[in-house]
Structure formats: structure tokens, C-alpha cells
Design a protein around this ligand. Structure first.
Ligand code: DC
Length: 262
């Protein structure tokens, strides 16, 4: 290992969970606090969807989707913050949240051959960036079952629908929260029953219900848990927040932490 991580032990932190739990923001802020690299694996599936659309690949032709993913030489440029995703030699990050990409990505993510390919890529990234917070659906269960720290973030469908509605309203869109909530429940059902890399809480992952926690509070909880686990970071003080919540299966009691595994 070279650079700022030279001489430090491997530390892979996985954060999985459904959409609307604030995973991406939590993961990137946790990475900053612990001085780790950050991997957004949803972006990899989104990039494949974008490339498939732009090259007019029929997503139902699974082999062609895998071929285009391989062909694109997709990789992250870790010299930028956040890391820029490059495909076919050009940045694709700005394309990833477009409606057509968001509409297709869930189907793309169900392609077993693509999942195998991207999990291999994720492991290669971790081999060259072994101090990493990686975020997705299957990071603790499939990609890195031996990760040093594993988390599963959850929140009730109603809370996740409200968070999504707030984002859409902030972007000037009108929304029906009840419809969003039904979509979320349906998406959870399809993601968790997928044969390959289903959304699930890995055996030894800590499940954290974020329903009544702010983003900063969730980052505080995770930072404390990683530091106290002794997994390759200074125990430090961990986070700026004090006792913040008793929520779901995690009890966060300042100055220490008590968390129940579920
Ligand atoms: O987290 P996100 O919304 O950017 O994820 C985009 C899609 O990719 C979503 O349908 C879930 C899927 N995904 C996955 O199946 N496995 C991952 N490790 C990451 C994302």
C-alpha cells in the first residue's frame, strides 16, 4: 500500500441496505471521518445501465450487457473527491441519476453474470484500496463476507418515502407520498427475493434503524462502532454527537456505545 494508508492494516467497512436509508451520504461521510476511501457500488450498476442505454444494448440480452460492461473498462478515478466513474474513457457520473438510468438499473442489477463481474471488480478495487467504506446491497453478504466491520441500515417504508418525497419536492417535483411508499415496499420485495445477491442483512452485520436518526447521528453511531471495534483505526472520541437515540435494534448511549446485533 502506498500513500496516506501506507503501513496501516486492511479495514473494509461494508454498508448495505435499501434505498432511502441515507446509505450513500452516510458511507461517504464515514469514509471522510475515518480517512478511508469510499466505494459507491450502486454507481457501478448505474454506469452499466447508462452505457447499455447509450449504446442501444437490449438489456434482456444479458451477455451483451456483460460484454459492454467489460468493454467499457469502467473504473473509478480515486484522485478526485468524490471518485469519478469513467467508462469508455469518459466521465459518466453526471449521467447516473438520469430518469432513464434509474428506470433501468434495477433490471440490470438482476443479471447474474453482471453481478459476478462487478463483485470481482469490487474485490479488485478493495485489493488496491484496502482501507475502504463500500456501500451497496450485497457488500457484507457477497462481496466482502470477511469485512472488518459490517452494517445494515434500515428505516420504515413510510420514513423512506418521506425522505424521497422531500428530495423530490426540493427539486421542484410534485409527489404522492402514498404512491412512493407502495413503490418502496414493492422494490424491497423484489430486491430481497432476487436469487443473486439479494438485499439482506449479512449474518454478522449490525442492523441500524435510521428512522428516527439524522444523517449526522447515523454517522456518529457508525464511527463510534468502528473505532470501538479496534478494527484498524484509532479508538478516538468518535463523532461529535452525544447520546442521540434509542432506535430499532441499536442503542447509542454516550459516552460509549451499546448495540445489539439482530
Ligand atoms: O444505491 P443505488 O440506488 O445507486 O443502486 C442502484 C441500483 O443498483 C439499485 O437497483 C440497487 C442495485 N444495486 C445492487 O443490486 N447491488 C449493489 N451492490 C448496489 C446497487
Amino acid at each position: 500500500m502506498t500513500g496516506r494508508h501506507a503501513g496501516k492494516p486492511r479495514l473494509i467497512v461494508t454498508i448495505d441496505g435499501p434505498a432511502g436509508t441515507g446509505k450513500s451520504s452516510v458511507a461517504s461521510q464515514l469514509a471522510k471521518r475515518l480517512d478511508l476511501d469510499f466505494l459507491d457500488t450502486g454507481a457501478m450498476y448505474r454506469a452499466v445501465a447508462a452505457v447499455a442505454i447509450d449504446r442501444e444494448i437490449d438489456w434482456q440480452d444479458h451477455n451483451s450487457v456483460v460484454d459492454v460492461a467489460v468493454d467499457s473498462d469502467m473504473h473509478f478515478d480515486f484522485s478526485t473527491d468524490p471518485p469519478e466513474l469513467i467508462a469508455y474513457g469518459a466521465p459518466v457520473t453526471r449521467r447516473l441519476r438520469d430518469a432513464d438510468v434509474t428506470g433501468l438499473v434495477s433490471s440490470i442489477a438482476g443479471i447474474p453474470g453482471l453481478r459476478r463481474y462487478l463483485v470481482r471488480q469490487q474485490r479488485m478495487i478493495a485489493a488496491s484500496h484496502p482501507r475502504l467504506v463500500t456501500e451497496g446491497r450485497d457488500q457484507g453478504s457477497v462481496a466482502f463476507p470477511d469485512a472488518e466491520a459490517k452494517f445494515y441500515l434500515d428505516a420504515t417504508p413510510a420514513v423512506r418515502a418521506r425522505r424521497r418525497a422531500d428530495q423530490l419536492r426540493a427539486a421542484g417535483r410534485s409527489v404522492d407520498e402514498a404512491v412512493l411508499c407502495r413503490e418502496i415496499i414493492e422494490r424491497d420485495r423484489s430486491d430481497s427475493t432476487r436469487a443473486d445477491g439479494p438485499l439482506m442483512c449479512a449474518d454478522n452485520a449490525r442492523r441500524i434503524d435510521t428512522s428516527s436518526l439524522s444523517l449526522e447521528q447515523v454517522v456518529d453511531v457508525l464511527e463510534k462502532l468502528v473505532r470501538l471495534s479496534g478494527a484498524g483505526v484509532d479508538p478516538g472520541t468518535g463523532g461529535t454527537g452525544e447520546a442521540v437515540a434509542e432506535s430499532g435494534s441499536v442503542r447509542f448511549v454516550s459516552p460509549g456505545v451499546r448495540a445489539d446485533r439482530s
